[in-house]
Design a protein around this ligand. Structure first.
Ligand SMILES: *Cc1c(COP(=O)(O)O)cnc(C)c1O
Length: 400
């Protein structure tokens, strides 16, 4: 048995008490207070070490304190952090060019830089409005963010209810082909989908769904918009999860992993979708600033250089096999792809597993009562996987 972490955490407790006094009540008092990170590890305010298999919810692609990102941020901060969007910078241009290349958006590819996932979704919702059609089809249990437009397309009624009325035209349908066929029509502006629903519990789309959605949207002249905020940037073992099926959407919505922890998002379009916004129809003060785009370009460059997309695929396979190989009666299945995995549990004990893992120095999360989500940094190797499997096995055992 690996030893449990010390339970006395005076520094963290003091900081949590301060948090509780000043933070908006929308944020729960956090379990931990972290002060430093390196690779796949973080340390809390009391010096306890944790193996980070959540990576800031699929954000820290390169892990913590990776020199490629640290240097890019430090150098850019010293050179030029921000200018207005009346002008541009080499970093903003290089970032957009790289995203066009990596998505396969091709010669018609265009990029709108945003500051977060929700902001990139807002851009996608406005893009859909530019078709002149009223309806945006999204999916039950889908998650697209917390701002009003993103919330309207999010398929979780409990999140929307306190903030109604919502943006008109957003609909949520079950994630099956019959429902999509029934919903499609020539008044549909866009179908917005996640290739794997991360917040819903790492739920992949049904077999063939993505390809069928591409065919249906094309037939009805609607946009297919892929929310790859959580699945993008190599996480699933391909640059973008839509690529596994060879599907090219009209637009990709990106954030999380592309910045490696620096807040940045993007809407990437291809084909006719690239001409929907005309001059002055969208913008942002911070969007595309050289600090964020320089950081993101460095993160994406390092993912390319070190073949972290391949690593995500290989390590994902190892993790899946390792978890199933534990033979825990609590584990019913491992869903997802690459390094975005959902471990299905036999009972509603996910939060107990998370808590037991934290006591042992392992960070995972429970997107719902029966799922543990794993989204480690893309840099993990043999040592991190071995340590994870030991700690996770003990956490499962302790929670059952
Ligand atoms: C996290 C997430 C969002 C929202 O991104 P924020 O940066 O939190 O606004 C939207 N869609 C998906 C699929 C996400 O995982």
């Amino acid at each position: 048995m690996s030893p449990l972490l010390p339970e006395q955490t005076p520094e963290s407790d003091a900081l949590r008490a301060r948090f509780a006094r000043v933070a908006m009540r929308s944020a729960p008092v956090p379990q931990a207070v972290f002060v430093r990170g390196e690779g796949a590890y973080v340390w809390d305010a009391d010096g306890r070490r944790f193996l980070d298999f959540l990576a800031g919810i699929a954000v820290n692609s390169l892990g913590h304190a990776h020199p490629a990102l640290v240097d890019a941020v430090a150098e850019q901060a010293a050179r030029l952090i921000h200018v207005s969007n009346y002008v541009t910078t080499p970093q903003g241009i290089a970032f957009a060019e790289r995203l066009v290349r990596l998505t396969g958006a091709g010669e018609t590819g265009r990029v709108y830089p945003a500051n977060s996932g929700a902001e990139a979704i807002e851009a996608a919702v406005k893009l859909a409005r530019r078709t002149g059609r009223p309806r945006i089809i999204a999916f039950e249990n889908g998650f697209h963010g917390r701002t009003m437009g993103a919330l309207a397309v999010t398929g979780k009624p409990a999140l929307r209810a306190p903030f109604e009325p919502m943006l008109p035209g957003a609909e949520h349908i079950p994630t099956n082909l019959a429902a999509l066929e029934a919903a499609m029509g020539d008044d549909v502006a866009a179908v917005l989908l996640e290739p794997i629903k991360g917040e819903a519990g790492v739920m992949p789309l049904p077999e063939g769904f993505l390809t069928a959605a591409r065919e249906l949207t094309t037939r009805h002249g609607a946009l297919l918009i892929a929310d790859e905020i959580q699945t993008g940037a190599g996480r699933t073992g391909d640059w973008f999860a839509t690529q596994h099926e060879g599907v090219i959407p009209d637009a990709w919505v990106l954030a999380k992993g592309i910045g490696g922890g620096v807040p940045v998002g993007a809407l990437v379009t291809t084909g006719a979708a690239s001409d929907l916004f005309t001059l002055g129809q969208h913008g942002s003060t911070f969007g595309g600033n050289p600090l964020a785009t320089g950081a993101a370009d460095a993160v994406l460059a390092e993912i390319e250089r070190a073949d972290l997309v391949g690593n995500a695929r290989r390590r994902g396979d190892e993790l899946r096999a390792g978890i199933l190989g534990l033979g825990s009666p609590l584990v019913t299945e491992v869903r997802g792809r690459g390094l975005l995995l959902g471990v299905g549990l036999a009972g509603e004990v996910a939060q107990r597993v998370v808590d037991e893992a934290m006591r042992r120095g392992l960070i995972v999360n429970a997107p719902n009562a029966t799922t543990i989500r794993l989204a480690p940094p893309l840099i993990i190797g043999d040592a991190e996987i071995a340590e994870f499997l030991t700690l996770f096995a003990e956490s499962l055992e302790a929670a059952s």
